[in-house]
Design a protein around this ligand. Structure first.
Ligand SMILES: *Cc1c(COP(=O)(O)O)cnc(C)c1O
Length: 392
């Protein structure tokens, strides 16, 4: 007979999911109530308010889509685009490519602005594309490219898009609660995120937010949104501001308890303090890597604190290293993705996992594993360099 499943206790330092705190797991296991229960409606209202806080927005249409980050991406594109629309998509990694996929499946055209993997989106290239395509109605880019560990200058890219009267669509799956993100100040019109990265919640939900301008466009569409499930015009009736809530789909009740708890934790810490914490532990981790002799793919000024792409030393079997870390240390780090597959490891410091214990664990575990395989690395120097950052 098949037995109950008990997962091992891992430390998750990959590209997501990240470690979920015991508080969030406890919230998840509270009694399920009806998704139209008056008390549940109160919880939904609080989640909206907490998400507005996390996104730094007053957007009324701010809610979690009942599916993972990829569904939030799909929700944004299917709602805003109609067949024949033209949009500029900036790509500097895997997730910009998925944006293009979404645009084309909406029957719209994606004008691609390409940058090298490991580099941020080049604002000059975007400006050039905007001049060359005055009929483009939107600009889309990934704020935090999880495939390479690069941060693009969202504030600058948004300002450029607005100069040319374009809507701005932003992938913030990895950036939300990990680095500075200001939806209203920067003028982002549609944004999607995920729960399993820097929110340290369980996977499976996608917070989204739409500006007034975006909502107007959605409500004035010529054609219905081709996805019934993701049609914001219908979802608004369930998540809407008034007390009259109508059934659309059964909300993932317990997952929303978990999201609520993780957002309460962000609020308790303070969003700016959470950004600073990610940066602080990244500084220690990066100092450790370079003292050990491991290179980072991204230049210091464009590095994401929450996702560190580390170069694999010559002659090392990268998959074997990850297997050993998992077996001997219960530590998960990520493999490279797309054109960086086999060339890098991706070490996440996301949400709850961005702490000193994890930084030191990762440096010791990776350093000693590499040393045992004959790589010329210095684990002791790594720990010393990280400790210096912590002592400062
Ligand atoms: C993880 C990720 C996604 C997809 O989120 P899922 O929850 O895995 O569907 C999209 N964009 C970026 C930048 C991501 O890091």
């Amino acid at each position: 007979m098949i037995q109950s499943f008990y997962p091992p206790q891992r430390t998750l330092m990959g590209p997501g999911p990240s470690d979920v705190s015991p508080r969030v797991l406890a919230a998840l296991s509270r009694p399920t109530i009806g998704h139209l229960d008056p008390q549940f409606i109160t919880l939904m209202d609080e989640i909206k308010e907490l998400l507005q806080y996390a996104f730094k927005t007053r957007n009324e249409l701010t809610l979690p889509v009942s599916a993972p980050g990829s569904a939030g991406m799909e929700a944004v594109f299917t709602n805003l685009l109609e067949p024949g629309d033209k949009i500029i998509v900036c790509q500097n990694g895997v997730f910009g490519g998925r944006m293009k996929e979404n645009v084309e499946r909406c029957g719209a055209t994606a004008v691609m602005v390409q940058d090298d993997w490991g580099k941020p989106v080049d604002p000059q290239k975007l400006e050039h594309a905007l001049r060359a395509n005055p009929d483009a109605m939107a600009v889309a880019f990934v704020h935090a490219e999880t495939s390479t560990g690069v941060r693009s200058d969202a504030r600058h890219l948004c300002a450029l898009a607005h100069e040319f009267d374009c809507l701005v669509i932003v992938d913030a799956v990895t950036s939300l609660a990990g680095i500075e993100l200001r939806v209203d100040d920067w003028g982002i019109d549609a944004i999607y995120s995920g729960t399993q990265k820097c929110l340290s919640c369980v996977p499976g939900l996608s917070p989204v937010s739409f500006s007034e301008r975006a909502v107007q466009r959605i409500s004035q569409r010529r054609q219905r949104v081709q996805s019934w499930f993701l049609d914001m015009n219908l979802i608004m009736d369930y998540w809407g501001g008034d007390a009259r809530r109508s059934y659309h789909h059964t909300a993932p009740v317990n997952a929303l308890y978990a999201l609520h708890e993780s957002l309460v934790m962000v609020q308790e810490e303070g969003l700016e303090a959470a950004w600073a914490r990610h940066q602080h532990h990244h500084d220690a981790l990066a100092a450790g890597f370079s003292a050990m002799g491991l290179g980072l793919v991204v230049d210091a000024q464009a590095r994401l604190p929450q996702l560190n792409a580390v170069e694999i030393p010559a002659g090392i079997d990268e998959a074997l290293v990850r297997r050993q870390l998992l077996q001997a240390w219960n530590l998960e780090i990520g493999a490279g993705l797309g054109s960086l597959a086999g060339k890098v490891w991706r070490v996440g410091l996301m949400g709850h996992a961005a702490n000193q214990t994890n930084v030191l664990l990762c440096l010791s575990a990776l350093g000693s594993t590499l040393q045992s395989m004959g790589a010329a690395v210095k684990p002791e120097a790594a720990i010393e360099a990280a400790q210096e950052i912590y002592a400062a």
